[in-house]
Design a protein around this ligand. Structure first.
Ligand code: ZN
Ligand code: ZN
Length: 351
């Protein structure tokens, strides 16, 4: 009996030791999780920048073609000046230990007007020390790839194609738009997330190093033009799920078309006084699925987002213009007929 009790006590003691071990292991795991690299090793940067306003009279006030903001020593935000293109797109350069990544090439092809390649290569450190450069696009619209030609024949530079087949093939998306891809820059990994909707080729990029989310024309402080609403809703949900448990420092898009009060600048304006800041937030990304779900298919201003289908608006405007033309013609024809009738009546009474 005593022997049995002793054995039971030993079993209980062993169980208590193993429980304590389990608890200690759990506590260590929890500590490890709360201090995981994804949360604690985000490299900081600064968005303290005033973007060039452009000008009311660009000829009278000459502007530098490209504005460069160093977010940190390895991350650059470039913007093409409003006076050179009213699109004034943003271009992003991320330098890693073995490779650098250029996201988009802007709206101006001519290197004499817009020396983009020269500027980028200079930022990377000219000569043999500069890393290989990979040029990618958020999507195929010309204002994001017009500068491709400047990079086409440079040594150590690869330009990824902008059509849907090239995008799918390069990132290896067999089940597009599902799945994720990664770009390896050495000490820096960038996730690629398919985000079609604005355009069928659109992808967004997430830099694990800085926590920056590059959203192209999918999300930006501007008119959000949506070609395919269903695809856009799916993309917004995909992105919300992706960022949900990740630390996002800033969301950086392709353009700014709003002023600080959230009003749009006139379409095509080359002067943006008191412009809205470029950066948006993880909260904005998380709010996007509900906002796009409320889109009426033509034009919806949710207060935070301005959603538009420019093609449908154009068709509606064309139908309206045609209707006005038909009405005016009908009124004119009726007027001419009435005048003729009146003239012939007058002629009859005179004879
Ligand atoms: Zn676009
Ligand atoms: Zn654009």
């Amino acid at each position: 009996m005593a022997l049995k009790e002793h054995r039971n006590l030993r079993i209980i003691a062993n169980e208590m030791i193993s429980m304590r071990f389990m608890l200690r292991t759990l506590a260590a795991l929890a500590l490890l999780l709360t201090t995981s690299p994804a949360r604690s090793q985000i490299v900081d940067g600064s968005m303290d920048v005033h973007w060039n306003d452009g000008a009311e009279d660009c000829k009278a006030s000459p502007q530098p073609p490209i504005q460069i903001h160093a977010y940190n020593p390895q991350t650059f935000i470039l913007r093409e000046n409003l006076c050179y293109t009213f699109e004034a797109p943003f271009i992003y350069l991320l330098a890693g230990s073995t490779k650098a990544l250029l996201i988009d090439t802007g709206d101006v092809a001519d290197p004499n007007q817009m020396p983009l390649a020269k500027t980028v290569m200079h930022l990377l450190g000219d000569g043999s020390r500069s890393p290989a450069l990979l040029v990618v696009h958020t999507h195929r619209h010309l204002d994001h790839r017009a500068g491709d030609g400047q990079f086409a024949h440079l040594a150590n530079v690869q330009v990824v194609g902008f059509d849907i087949d090239s995008v799918r093939r390069y990132y290896n998306f067999p089940d597009w738009p599902n799945g994720l891809a990664q770009i390896d820059l050495g000490d820096r990994t960038v996730d690629v997330i398919p985000t079609p909707g604005h355009n069928e080729t659109e992808v967004s990029f997430f830099d694990r190093n800085t926590g920056l989310f590059f959203s192209g024309d999918f999300l930006m402080p501007a008119r959000l033009l949506i070609d395919d609403t269903d695809a856009d809703i799916d993309s917004a949900k995909r992105v919300a799920e992706f960022v949900n448990d990740r630390q996002v420092s800033f969301v950086l898009g392709g353009h700014i078309e709003l002023d600080a009060a959230g009003e749009t600048f006139p379409w095509g304006s080359q002067y943006h006084p008191k412009e809205h800041v470029l950066q948006m937030t993880k909260g904005d990304l998380l709010a996007l699925p509900a906002a796009i779900s409320s889109f009426n298919g033509f034009y919806t201003n949710t207060g935070k987002f301005i959603l538009m289908n420019s093609m449908r608006i154009l068709i509606a405007e064309a139908i309206l213009a045609a209707a006005v033309l038909v009405s005016v013609t009908w009124i004119l024809v009726a007027y001419i007929r009435r005048r003729r009738r009146a003239r012939s009546l007058r002629a009859q009474t005179q004879t």
